[in-house]
Design a protein around this ligand. Structure first.
Ligand code: ITT
Length: 205
């Protein structure tokens, strides 16, 4: 799949790790990316009750500021033994800390202390909202696996050091960025977006 011409796309995120993954995943398809920071938007509200609602709110905020096609990601980790927590609260699960990702991982390990592998099932979810003139679409992706007993690996971000995808024997932080991008929840949601975008003539003609 590839866009037929170079397309400018705003990414409504302030998370540098997400932006890097979007860049790796979308550049081969002819997209040139700009970020929320390029518009001076450093704190985009997310007040919804679902990944999709939050993604739409972020996409609308940036689209109204730039008037150009915008993609927003709201994503997180749902752990079955915790009734789906941290879910939409994944980014600030442990409150606000200097080393936010590490504090979140430590809290998750504490919450799951004593549970064997069979009771540590979890999945990452990603909702992507796309806004453009007269257009609003949502795409979703999911990656299933389990939460490991300890942190392993040094790559990735967020909960990657604790997440082992089904069929793998290493965490997302122990594999290359390309290998993560091949299977991730973000990749799956982006595939759905690309399929839509590249088959919608008003964007590709
Ligand atoms: P923006 O709202 O600016 O995009 P954010 O980090 O606040 O940035 P979210 O509200 O969508 O974004 O929260 C996503 C959190 O879920 C993120 O901070 C991580 O803790 C976790 N997360 C999402 N995708 C992940 C991934 O691929 N690997 C590891 N953790 C991930």
């Amino acid at each position: 799949m590839s866009a037929k011409k170079t397309s400018l796309l705003y990414i409504a995120t302030n998370n540098a790790h997400k932006l890097k993954e979007f860049s790796q995943l979308l550049s081969p398809h002819g997209f040139v990316l700009k970020s929320a920071a390029d518009l001076g938007l450093n704190d985009i509200p997310e007040e919804g009750h679902s990944f999709a609602e939050n993604a739409l709110q972020k996409a609308h905020t940036v689209f109204h500021a730039c008037g150009l096609p915008t993609l927003a990601d709201d994503s997180g980790l749902e752990v079955d033994a915790l009734d789906g927590a941290p879910g939409i609260y994944s980014a600030r699960y442990a409150g606000t800390h200097d080393n936010q990702d590490q504090a979140n991982r430590h809290k998750l390990l504490r919450e799951l202390q004593g549970l064997p592998k069979e009771q540590r099932s979890a999945h990452f979810r990603c909702a992507l909202a796309f806004c453009a003139d007269n257009t609003q679409e949502i795409f979703e992706g999911r990656l299933s696996g389990h939460i490991t007993l300890e942190e392993r690996g040094a790559g990735g971000f967020g909960y990657d050091m604790l997440f082992q995808a089904d069929g793998q024997n290493v965490t997302l932080a122990e594999i290359s960025q390309d290998a993560k991008n091949a299977i991730s929840h973000r990749r799956k949601a982006l595939n759905a977006f690309l399929n839509y975008y590249e088959n919608t003539s008003k964007f590709t003609l």
